[in-house]
Each structure stands twice: as C-alpha cells, then as structure tokens.
Design a protein around this ligand. Structure first.
Ligand code: NAI
Length: 332
C-alpha cells in the first residue's frame, strides 16, 4: 500500500520503516493542506496530526485514499461527513495523553495560582523580590471539570491530591465514577457559578462549539480562572477577551485557541483572504497573548516523549489492523 506520513519527526521514520517493510512509504515533516499534497495523489492511507486539514479540497486530491489515521485524540480537523460519503475509514489515538494533558492543565493552573511566569521573568532580570507575587492555595478551592472522560478523570484524580473540592458536568453522567473519583455532578450553570477554577475536557463539535459564551462567562465568579486544554472553539474568544478586559473573571490558561491554525502561520494570514470573523479572532488571540493574567501555550499539552511514543505505537496498530481487515480505534 502507499502510505503517506505527514507532520512526522525524524526519529519516527526508522520505527515506521521497520513496521511496514513491504509498503511504499512517503515521509514528510510538513502538514497536509490544500496545495501541499504535491505528487502524493496515489496514497491509500494518509497519516497526520492536527495541523493537517482533511477537508473536501484535500480529499479531492487523494482520490485513492481508503484510510485516514490521525495521530491525535481530537478529529475536528477531519471532515467526517465527506469521509463517510467517500467510504474512508478514520482512526484516531483515543488515549495516549490521559495523564499528559491533565498534567499540562495543572501546569497552567499552578502558573496562574502561584504567578510562576511573572516571578521567573522578574528574577531572570535580576529582580529578586516577592512584591506582587502573592498567589492563592489550591487546597479547598472548587474545581469545575467539564467532561469526565479519560482526561477529565485524571484531572479529578490530581485535583483530589491537591485537596480541592471537585464538581463536574458531562453530557453523559457516570454515577459509579462519582463515588470512585470523589466528585459530584452538577448542572453546567451551577458548576460555572460555583467553581474557582474551570477546566474543559470535552471534544469540539456542533454541540460544544462556543459552549462557553458571554452568558456562561457572566455566571462565573470574578475571582475564577478558566483553563482550556481541549479545543479553542469551545470557548467564544470574543466573549472571553471581553470578560478578561472587563475583569469579569480573573484570568485564563489556554493551551488551545480558536483559529489557532492561523496563529501557527502568522505570516501567511496577511497573504490569505481570511474572513472578517476569523481575522477578528486572530486579533483577539493576540490581545489574550499580551494579558498578564493569561497564559497561552501553543497546543502543546500532548507533547511529552512518552505520549509521542504511545501515539506512534497506537497509530502503527491502527494501520496494521486496517490492513488486516481488523479495524481498531475507528472514529467512523
Ligand atoms: P473522552 O472522549 O475520553 O472524554 C470526553 C468527555 O466529554 C466524555 O465524558 C463525554 O461524555 C463528554 N462530552 C462529550 N460531549 C459533551 C457535551 N456536549 N457536553 C458535556 N460533555 C460532553 O476524551 P478525552 O480523551 O478526555 O479528551 C478530551 C478532549 O481533549 C479531546 O476531545 C481533545 O479535543 C482534547 N485534547 C487536547 C490535547 C492537547 O494537546 N491540547 C491532546 C489530547 C486531547
């Protein structure tokens, strides 16, 4: 089979060659988007990460494609309807970063609660003093977890370790989990009104897009912090920027941003004909980046060596399974 691996790192190539000795492999460190398919139009299987876009235009250029293997948990960069129409199997890596993403959520929380970035910036400039650096304890604070799936559950475990009080909201409650993980499900609005830290761990889809909007942010405490390590589009950027500017909430820790693909390609945004709304979001992202009470990381929550090895391992299993007709980790 012709298998194309995109967004690949050099260390992964040798492992893949050993695992697929009889296939025709193509390797690229670049993402796959319209215009970057190049000569690789005969691929049977395409493998890529979240910066690639498998939309109609890209799929049109891959007429033989039978399987897409995303090396991520989320698959909102893949047009599933279009894949269904073309009978393309889509597989993902459902659980490589359970602890990895949860740990990043807490890294963001601790940076905000203990003003770590401000403190380190000051000391690196030779200013060794504590003025303005007073933080707050996590112990006894209420953390509101939206999404009690794989990552959300691990966040709850860590939060319990910190002595926090945990409340959660999920579209599908799991009562057994409440007892096992020592937390309580509450309605979304109650969670927003009550929590000191809000952390989001749900997929982005039509139901969750802009779930956290102006009305929802208005329910939160002025002292509360919002943490998002799931997908940028779950939070309405315009509403978040305004809530922070008006001090409606205290701060935010964001690993993901709406329209983040345009943040990765800042130089291309000016050359591209992007819509007014998209441009507004990109500009608001820049406002967020400059706020002292906001920490932004570049969709990096997954990025540990251990997680990358788990991703590669599962992706290899996904491809081998597909080739043998025993499909695993199928999104659709
Ligand atoms: P999961 O599928 O195990 O859990 C998702 C949870 O969200 C489930 O409990 C589900 O019932 C709940 N849910 C779904 N729709 C909902 C809705 N409309 N309202 C409330 N709850 C809803 O997923 P997992 O592994 O915990 O990952 C969560 C998200 O984290 C992924 O979808 C992905 O977008 C993001 N992620 C981000 C990474 C990063 O590097 N920043 C890396 C990996 C995942």
């Amino acid at each position: 089979m012709n298998i194309g691996f995109f967004e690949l790192e050099p260390w992964e190539k040798e492992i893949l060659q050993k695992n697929f000795p009889k296939d025709n492999l193509f390797f690229s460190n670049k993402k796959i988007v319209e215009g970057s398919v190049g000569k690789q139009t005969n691929l049977d299987i395409a493998v890529a990460f979240v910066k690639s876009q498998f939309n109609k235009e890209v799929l049109d250029k891959l007429p033989k494609i039978k399987m897409l293997a995303t090396m991520s948990t989320g698959y909102d960069h893949i047009d599933l309807e279009e894949c269904k129409r073309r009978k393309i199997t889509v597989c993902n890596v459902p659980a490589y970063g359970i602890n990895t993403v949860a740990e990043q959520a807490f890294a963001l929380i601790l940076c905000l609660s203990r003003k770590i970035l401000t403190a380190a910036n000051q000391t690196s400039k030779g200013t060794f003093r504590q003025k303005g650096l007073r933080g707050f304890d996590l112990k006894d604070k209420v953390i509101g977890v939206i999404g009690t799936g794989n990552i959300g559950k691990h966040v709850i475990k860590i939060a319990n370790g910190f002595g926090m009080k945990v409340i959660a909201f999920d579209a599908f409650k799991n009562d057994k989990l409440q007892k096992e993980f020592n937390f309580k499900y509450v309605p979304l609005n109650t969670l927003l009104k009550t929590c000191d830290i809000l952390t989001i761990h749900i997929p982005e889809n039509k139901d969750t897009h802009h779930l956290i909007n102006k009305e929802k942010l208005a329910l939160m405490k002025k002292t509360a912090y919002l943490i998002n390590t799931s997908r940028g589009g779950i939070v309405d950027t315009d509403a978040l920027t305004k809530a922070l500017q008006k001090k409606r909430i205290a701060g935010a820790g964001l690993d993901v941003l709406e329209e983040e693909k345009d943040m990765f390609n800042g130089d291309k945004v000016v050359a591209k004909d992007i819509g007014k709304e998209e441009m507004r979001t990109v500009l608001e992202n820049h406002i967020l980046l400059e706020m002292p009470n906001v920490i932004v990381t570049p969709h990096n929550a997954f990025n540990t060596q251990e997680a990358m090895e788990r991703i590669l391992d599962t992706t290899i299993k996904n491809i081998k399974g597909f080739k043998k007709g025993r499909k695993i980790n199928v999104v659709q």
